[in-house]
Design a protein around this ligand. Structure first.
Ligand code: HEM
Length: 201
């Protein structure tokens, strides 16, 4: 369970985060400025990763738009009547509900201009609404590795961005989401790594 849950999830999260960064030159510059300022050319330590606030915002925004597990599921143990804007929805015990995270993460009531990649959303408190940002699920079955995964993703993105500029090395139109159990990229994601000037390899 730990192998299947822990391998592809963090892998695709890193890929989608780097892809998102390639799409915005300002975001890229801001991350690199923060990394240079905090690390001053050395390798990151655990406490550095906790202090890289902008990097955290970037990863959270990427997990909002590209949640590695795009659907969550719940098994109903009792009948539930859900209020809706139309007729109430009567759900029977034994039903399995499968629901897409995008329906929460891209809800315009919570997130204005929700399709736009904008890490600065996480500098304000708009995600204080419970469950408004839940790439790791919620409740009793929440992912037990949320903190570990955030560290893994931030570490990899930090090491890459410290040394390289990143460019998308394929037409944007070919980047396509394949929402299976894991959010894969149908044609993979090709990234060109351009060494940063003045940074030791
Ligand atoms: C970016 C990385 C990851 C994401 C986005 C992610 C997301 C999720 C989600 C959405 C769930 C279902 C939660 C729910 O139904 O409420 C889950 C469950 C789980 N995850 Fe993760 N996960 C990640 C990484 C990992 C890693 C690295 C491990 C292990 C080392 C792991 C282990 C598990 C396990 C064991 C469960 C099942 C928990 C249960 O059913 O009680 N995950 N994860």
């Amino acid at each position: 369970m730990f192998l299947t849950s822990g391998y592809l999830t963090t892998g695709v999260a890193i890929s989608w985060t780097i892809f998102c960064i390639t799409q915005d030159r300002d975001v890229q510059t801001k991350i690199q400025n923060e990394i240079d300022h905090v690390l001053k050319g050395r390798l990151p330590l655990y406490h550095d990763l906790l202090n890289l606030d902008y990097l955290t915002q970037v990863v959270k925004e990427s997990l909002r738009l590209c949640p590695p597990i795009p659907f969550l599921s719940r098994y109903l143990t009792k009948n539930i009547n859900l209020e809706t804007s139309d007729d109430p929805l009567n759900l029977l015990a034994g039903t399995v509900i499968l629901y897409p995270l995008t329906s929460i993460h891209e809800d315009e009531i919570i997130t204005r201009n929700s399709k736009k990649f904008d890490p600065s959303r996480f500098s304000s408190n708009q995600f204080n609404i419970p469950y408004s940002h839940c790439p790791f699920g919620f409740g009793e079955r929440i992912c037990p590795a949320e903190k570990l995964s955030m560290i893994e993703i931030k570490l990899m993105v930090c090491l890459i961005m410290q040394r390289f500029h990143v460019e998308l090395a394929m037409p944007l139109s070919k980047v396509s989401r394949d929402e299976k159990f894991i959010l894969m990229a149908r044609n993979d994601i090709y990234i060109k790594l351009v060494p940063r000037k003045g940074v030791e390899e």
